[in-house]
Design a protein around this ligand. Structure first.
Ligand SMILES: CC(C)(COP(=O)(O)OP(=O)(O)OC[C@H]1O[C@@H](n2cnc3c(N)ncnc32)[C@H](O)[C@@H]1OP(=O)(O)O)[C@@H](O)C(=O)NCCC(=O)NCCS
Length: 105
């Protein structure tokens, strides 16, 4: 088994964005991915205009690995797609801090 996965996340109710729930959910999802499923790497991607998503992924340990230039067309304009990935050892460091402090930073 290759132990690789890719996932994205969405909070349906906009009123709940930007309150830390996405970070908590993603940290829990990564716990399941790495500690329970024993995955090696988890990937995701964000469009360049989605700075909230980019920030929360970085808070959870994801690194920028590449850019698909102008790979999104939205309302008459092209935008880059930013490729992200995180390894278990990178996430473990953040998980330790998160356990001790109740936040990722
Ligand atoms: C992306 C998503 C899951 C993030 O969840 P969230 O609960 O909103 O995110 P958090 O509050 O945990 O973290 C957001 C971070 O983005 C930043 N942020 C917060 N408000 C922001 C705003 N108005 N604009 C830009 N960045 C913002 C902050 O850095 C914040 O972290 P910090 O305050 O700890 O520094 C959620 O916003 C969502 O569902 N968005 C719509 C769907 C989507 O874009 N999915 C991602 C597809 S790749």
């Amino acid at each position: 088994m290759h132990r690789l996965a890719t996932f994205w996340a969405i909070i349906g109710e906009k009123d709940y964005w930007g309150k830390g729930y996405g970070t908590d959910a993603k940290m829990s999802l990564l716990y399941y991915a790495f500690r329970i499923l024993n995955l090696h790497r988890v990937a995701s991607s964000v469009y360049e205009f989605n700075t909230r998503s980019l920030d929360y992924n970085k808070h959870c340990g994801y690194k920028v690995e590449g850019v698909l230039r102008k790979n999104c067309f939205k309302e008459g304009q092209y935008y880059d797609e930013i490729l992200l990935g995180v390894f278990r050892e990178e996430w473990e460091l953040i998980w330790d801090y998160y356990q001790k402090n109740g936040s990722v930073k």
